[in-house]
Ligand binder design. Structure first.
Ligand code: ADP
Ligand code: MG
Ligand code: MG
Length: 911
């Protein structure tokens, strides 16, 4: 084997070798450190060990070949650049060992600072830091060195050797108590030296070995620990929740230490180039003098607003501002920054495109367009439908006193206020009395379903975004905070404690399903200004609301860019009107079921019980004018826009009273000696019509073929309404849609009858009426070429297509076991929430292609709930549908996502 011929894999990159586009390989932190280095910003020198090395290590449990040598080589050049050797007893180089994955996982992964300190180099560090030699400086330098050493043992012990962190905390508390202080800064060099001894004993006790004194061994062990932190349980859970792939691995950054804890002319801080909460321009951040980086996040001492730095150290402050402006211009986005000042010298330790709230995302995208940094296509790419949906919920008004008592996971958005209850039964009881309730459980299970339906919101102390509570609440569109683990819940005693307070049944709490925050008492709720804008109550030209202006601008661009039309699912004139204000370009699904409800039920009963044709015709004849009036209203509201009316879909027995109730009625009436013929007939009908599996029974087109005159009555009502509207100057565009077709023959039969009626009714007043079908039975998708011969349009009913494609009865499976499927990763998201591209989506693709091949002018749309789901909208765009249809409230989301789909060329996400 000729060793010189094997090209060695490159596992280590100097900061000067990388750039911001290498996130896959160098992780976000490493790629951005490299970018800043190459921009000429003052980044302490260092190098990055790649995610490849991490993956190789995790696969085999050993460092891959060549890694140790490459680290040694890069360490040597780092030492040369700094003019110091790692852990040198006289003048030690210290480094930090920092994790950094492709996607930021805040607080999940590990960092060890001050690597290279040991019993000897701590003295060298003190001597070097003392520098000038005067007494006070030497005392401060001693303190600094011992403080750095105790931090190393603490971080190294905790993250590398799994020593319980509290042990170190307790020892620190003991030291402060002995000194009679609560402030870390009051501990002097001697105290800290003592603390180092205590820490070492703790380390020995838990690991069975002395704290490693060899600097390179410290470094290697720390690197390993960062690799392994990728698979730490909390990281695994976090990734699952945030849908970050499990196989990316983390990079490791080794960075020369700079010290913010060298005295009052040193310090550390974080900065944002704009307000990540509102998007407002300005200087946002926090600064802490005489501290190391971790102290800012740990909140041990109170930070000061970044602006104060101007008074403390104007040179560094001005320099920082100029870098912030540079970075923003360079990344063309909000950046967040970590920095440290060592004795008046500014060092940049991290930057990244910063996380932001939904509102800030819109505002910032709008501002960046104004500033000429990005164009409108890019602005559209920077926001998404989930953020817009979030902005359409009412929000808590948190200006004053309210502080959260706990923070869980925002599992299903919204702002809910209500009385606390601890059982499903109590939730149902109180809700029936008209009370708003919040159901509080450790976790929920299928037995809690009724309580969940009754409650305004759901709060659990366990479980994440895919827990039972979260999945079911999202399915119901109900506010849910899950996994609020600070809550100590006692169900038998009907109380919970949190932050030292006890909350018992009936006390009011407020939960925010977007942020996951929990408040005691009633937090006032205010309407969404974005909804007010969509409703036409806020004029984007007049208002000075930056969010409304930005939303207006970006929505207008989405509308101009999108190829998909957006329609709405609306059954009533009121819904239609609202959807139209929200930008709907027609109705994609008008269900007719509700037209058989209320006081019309009696007519349905007569229809079902009809003993002969005359009685049936009488019942249908009575329904006809009622339905016609409904359609007239809807066509008026949708003047000039298409309205797809679906003929009746659910099984007729759904309109009858439940069996048990009828049985009781009959028994009671018999007892009283009343005439029970009618009740008995109904009871018999219900028994006769009972189905084992109504989802797959006598419904949809099957009803039309089995019950004479039913569809004919509906068709007549639709067309007569259209004629009536046309006569009064309105432009109706009715489209008649036949549900649940699986074979072209079904459609042909219904169609022949419908065409006869249309011809008859429109003889004097012509109106164009389209006839089409839903594609919601797998067989229809697979025979779409045949069905298209008889259909002028297809509308994909992706709810039923998903039910029948997977064989899932939605009502049964979501509450019963979906959480388990999500936990097992069988799917990453419920296929009812977001279309299953590979399976159900494939059926859509096949039907679209074969339908269009048979009839090129075939109109294609979708009317399942997926029509308002961001990912699904992108899929329907790709497949080439003409429109999506969704509930009125999702119409803006669909418009935005259709626009994004149209401008996106690479399909990359905007996480
Ligand atoms: P996280 O990803 O949790 O922010 P970091 O790797 O950024 O972890 O490090 C934690 C803290 O330590 C940060 O405040 C960071 O600025 C600080 N830090 C990291 N490396 C150094 C260094 N070489 N010199 C000084 N401070 C550092
Ligand atoms: Mg950081
Ligand atoms: Mg259906």
């Amino acid at each position: 084997m000729a060793a010189q011929e094997t090209v060695e894999h490159k596992y280590v990159y100097d900061f000067a070798e990388g750039n911001k586009d290498l996130k896959d390989l160098l992780g976000g932190k490493g790629a951005n450190l490299a970018e800043m280095t190459n921009l000429g910003l003052p980044v302490p020198p260092g190098f990055t060990i790649t995610t490849e090395a991490c993956k190789a290590y995790l696969a085999t449990g050993e460092e891959p070949d060549g890694l140790a040598d490459q680290i040694a080589a890069h360490l040597a050049s780092l030492e040369q650049a700094m003019g110091k050797r790692l852990g040198d007893p006289q003048d030690p180089l210290l480094v930090s060992v920092r994790s950094g994955a492709k996607f930021s996982m805040p607080g999940m992964m590990e960092t060890v600072l001050n690597v290279g300190l040991n019993d000897r180099s701590v003295q060298g560090l003190a001597r070097q830091a003392g520098g000038s030699g005067d007494q006070a400086a030497a005392g401060g330098a001693d303190r600094f060195a011992w403080d750095s050493y105790r931090r190393l043992i603490q971080m190294f012990g905790k993250t590398v050797c799994e020593v319980p962190g509290e042990e170190f905390e307790h020892a620190l508390d003991d030291a402060k108590r002995a000194k009679g202080t609560r402030n870390d800064l009051d501990l002097d060099a001697d105290d800290l030296r003592g603390l180092v001894d205590a820490y070492k004993r703790i380390f020995l006790k838990h690991t069975g070995r002395e704290f490693p004194q060899e600097p390179r061994e410290q470094l290697d062990l720390a690197i390993r620990a960062v690799f392994e932190s990728w698979n730490a349980e909390r990281a695994v859970v976090y990734r699952r929740q945030e849908r970050i792939p499990a196989d990316l691995g983390t990079a490791v950054n080794v960075v020369a230490m700079v010290f913010g804890n060298l005295g009052s002319d040193s310090g550390t801080g974080v900065a944002f180039t704009r307000d990540p909460a509102s998007g407002a321009q300005g200087i946002y951040g926090d600064y802490l003098a005489n501290a190391q980086g971790e102290d800012v996040v740990a909140g041990i001492r109170n930070t000061v607003p970044l602006q104060e730095l101007e008074k403390l150290d104007k040179t560094s402050y001005d320099e920082l501002l100029s870098y912030m402006a540079r970075l923003e211009g360079h990344y063309k986005d909000l950046c967040d920054i970590e920095f440290t000042i060592e004795r008046g010298k500014l060092w940049m330790l991290q930057t990244r495109v910063g996380k932001r709230t939904a509102a800030a995302a819109f505002v910032i995208a709008g501002q960046l367009v104004d500033e000429g940094l990005i164009d409108l296509d890019e602005a559209l790419h920077r926001v998404n439908g989930a953020q817009l949906a979030q902005l359409m919920f009412p929000r808590f008004q948190l200006d004053h006193e309210f502080q959260p008592v706990a923070k869980g996971i925002g599992a299903s958005p919204g702002a809910a206020v209500g009385k606390v209850v601890f059982t499903s039964a109590r939730a149902v009881e109180l809700a029936a009395e008209g009370e708003d309730v919040i159901l509080v459980r450790r976790e929920t299970n299928p037995d809690d379903l009724n309580g969940m339906i009754a409650a305004k919101g759901i709060l659990t102390s366990r479980g994440g975004k895919t827990s039972h509570a979260a999945v079911v609440a999202r399915g119901m569109g109900k506010t849910c905070v899950s996994g609020a683990d600070e809550l100590d819940i006692n169900i038998p005693q009907r109380k919970f404690t949190v932050a030292g307070q006890t909350v018992t049944e009936g006390d009011v709490v407020s939960i925010d399903g977007t942020t996951g925050k929990v408040y005691l008492g009633e937090v006032p709720v205010m309407p969404s200004e974005v909804v007010q804008y969509f409703e036409g109550e806020l004029d984007p030209e007049q208002t000075d609301d930056a969010l409304v202006k930005a939303v207006h601008r970006i929505m207008s661009h989405a509308d101009a860019a999108r190829r998909l039309a957006v329609r709405t699912n609306a059954d009533t004139a009121a819904d239609a009107a609202r959807a139209r204000r929200f930008g709907a370009q027609g109705i994609g699904l008008c269900r007719t079921e509700h037209m058989f409800l209320g006081d019309r039920r009696e007519l349905v009963e007569r229809l079902i019980l009809a003993r002969d044709e005359k009685e049936r015709e009488a019942a249908l004849g009575a329904l006809l004018p009622l339905q016609r009036a409904d359609f007239v209203e809807i066509f008026r509201e949708m003047d000039g826009l298409p309205v797809t009316v679906r003929l009746i879909d659910p099984p007729l027995h759904e309109f009858l009273p439940p069996l048990e109730q009828l049985a009781v009625n009959v028994a009671v009436a018999q007892e009283r000696g009343e005439d029970v013929a009618q009740e008995e007939a109904l009871l018999a009908a219900v028994r006769r019509m009972h189905e084992q599996n109504p989802m797959l029974g006598l419904r949809g087109v099957r009803l039309g073929l089995v019950i004479p005159g039913l569809f004919a009555m509906q068709v007549r009502a639709i067309v007569e309404a259209a004629v009536e509207c046309a006569k009064s100057g309105v432009t109706p565009r009715p489209e008649i849609m036949v549900p649940l077709v699986g074979a072209v023959q079904e459609l042909e039969t219904v169609r022949a009858e419908a065409e006869r009626i249309i011809a008859e009714v429109t003889r004097e007043q012509p109106v164009e009426v389209l006839i089409g079908t839903m594609i919601e039975v797998p067989r229809a998708a697979l025979t779409a070429g045949q069905i298209a011969e008889a259909a002028q349009f297809f509308s994909f009913g992706t709810n039923d297509l998903t039910q029948m494609g997977w064989g899932f009865s939605r009502d049964d499976v979501e509450g019963a076991f979906f959480w388990r499927y999500l936990e097992l990763g069988i799917f990453g998201i419920s296929p009812f929430e977001s279309i299953d591209r590979d399976g159900v989506g494939r059926l859509v693709r096949i039907a679209a292609e074969e339908g269009r091949a048979a009839r090129p002018e075939l109109k294609l749309g979708v009317c399942g709930e997926h029509g308002g789901d961001p990912d699904s909208v992108h899929f329907f765009h790709e497949v080439g549908l003409d429109y999506v249809s969704c509930s009125p409230f999702r119409v803006p989301v669909a418009r935005l996502e259709a626009g994004r789909a149209a401008v996106e060329t690479d399909g990359s996400d905007s996480r």
